[in-house]
Design a protein around this ligand. Structure first.
Ligand code: CA
Length: 450
């Protein structure tokens, strides 16, 4: 598994961005299946990764703010595959915990993200033993200083319509694209290793872009599609048709069940070590091997996401957000709309400050900036006509039934997760930092383990 960091799904060659250079990932997409309906249930690093590795949504697992950890006893895909004889490793960025839930070898150690000799040692150590390696790049996470040699000319960029075009945006976008190119180089190193160790034809490779970028409206820290949709490719020679695409709605929580199923392990038998609010111990997700086999384009009716603001660097007020999206509509609930949404990464960034300066003579831009700070309690978007989610239809009487149906799905998801909204948001600090005297167990009466 190759995972990027803060990469908006739009910013790859194979998803249509003509200013980035991603030849190796484009080639991977041509050799495998693009999953255009994959969504992360969170839009910061730590809860996204905990969900991707455990198959559990963030609030159920306890890993819902940033810099977080799952409840004690929770198992991850590393645990499950290790129990079945796999050698399991993670190279690069960790941002998950506690360590007991993630029993991987940290390949290359801290800072060893470009130590491909260590990668080679891991993947070639024992030809008889199957393995899982997660390669977690730091790119293209800000401050975008690592891709200077591959940076495009800022003056030649096409500025995406959701960004404001000025010199600062251009400079930063070029720096970001340079790091996307570096990520592509890293992916190339890994894919070459599979070739040179003779394992390419017998290895499932999955690439995910993680979550959106940290530009204002780049998607990180939001539940808009720029934030929660993830560019995803699966290559598996002999199992997945080269150059294929599926728009099936999928979530990161479906990935562990899929990897286990690919390894011949029935995901329905798995105990995740962490019950949901109904006392069920299985995954929140399910295997999408049937999608990869080209047999179906339907796994789930809707995808879900949450954003927890408490604990994000520079946050001002709690600003919990929940969302549900089906193939056409997205319904968003802002649970504390009376508060101001303000975090360091967007609202105090030099980029936004440059936008604010320009907005003094641009009322349309000023309104867009205001939306970053204050939103209504409900939002509803028709993605079929409004893919950038700029036209809130929550008060449209013709869509009242659509809204009510999505709201009911969101309510059911929150109940299954044990999500109490603002109350849960305010407990976020207990899910961060070192484990305190209260321990690392679920705060509610835990269901009995079977
Ligand atoms: Ca990230």
């Amino acid at each position: 598994m190759i995972i990027a960091d803060d990469l908006c799904w739009r910013d790859l060659g194979f998803t249509g961005n003509k200013d980035v250079r991603t030849p190796r990932l484009d080639q991977l997409a041509a050799q495998g299946m693009q999953l255009t309906g994959m969504y992360t249930p969170a839009t910061t690093c730590s809860p996204s990764r905990n969900a991707l590795y455990t198959g559990l949504f963030p609030i159920r697992s306890g890993a819902y703010p940033n810099h977080t950890r799952v409840y004690s006893g929770t198992k991850s895909v590393f645990t499950h595959l290790k129990e079945h004889g796999y050698r399991v490793g993670l190279q690069g960025k960790e941002h998950v915990g506690p360590p007991a839930s993630y029993p991987y070898q940290h390949v290359g150690g801290p800072g060893g993200v470009d130590d491909f000799a260590a990668t080679r040692e891991f993947v070639a150590r024992d030809a008889e033993q199957p393995w899982l390696l997660v390669y977690a790049s730091n790119d293209p996470h800000s401050p975008w200083q690592r891709g200077a040699r591959m940076r495009p000319d800022p003056n030649k960029l096409t500025i995406p319509p959701y960004l404001h075009d000025n010199a600062r945006t251009r400079r930063q976008l070029a720096n970001y694209y340079g790091e996307v190119a570096k990520l592509d180089w890293q992916a190339g190193q890994l894919l070459d290793l599979l070739e040179t160790t003779g394992q390419a034809d017998d290895t499932l490779v999955i690439f995910v872009s993680e979550q959106g970028s940290s530009f204002p409206y780049g998607g990180k820290w939001s539940v808009y599609d720029n934030g929660i949709r993830a560019a995803t490719v699966v290559r598996w020679p002999g199992h997945v048709a080269p150059g294929s695409t599926s728009s099936a709605l999928l979530q990161y929580v479906d990935v562990p069940a899929t990897l286990l199923a690919a390894a011949g392990i029935d995901p329905e038998t798995v105990n995740t070590g962490c019950p949901d609010a109904n006392g069920a111990w299985g995954f929140d997700g399910r295997s999408f091997l049937d999608v990869l086999a080209g047999e179906t384009d339907h796994v789930r009716d809707a995808v879900f996401a949450q954003q927890t603001t408490v604990g994000v660097h520079g946050y001002k007020d709690p600003y919990p957000i929940r969302a549900v999206r089906d193939q056409r509509y997205k319904y968003v609930r802002n649970l504390a709309p009376e508060n101001t949404y303000q975090i360091g990464g967007i609202h105090r960034s030099n980029t936004l400050q440059s936008w604010q300066k320009d907005a003094a003579s641009d009322p349309q831009l000023a309104a867009r900036i205001e939306w970053l700070f204050h939103r209504p309690a409900e939002e509803l978007y028709d993605l079929s006509t409004d893919e950038l989610e700029e036209h809130n239809l929550a008060d449209d009487p013709q869509l009242a039934k659509v809204k009510a149906a999505l709201a009911a799905q969101l309510d059911a998801w929150m109940a299954q997760q044990g999500d109490r909204g603002l109350e849960t948001e305010l407990l976020a600090p207990t899910r961060q930092g070192p484990i305190g005297p209260a321990g690392n167990d679920r705060p509610v009466a835990a269901a009995k383990q079977p």
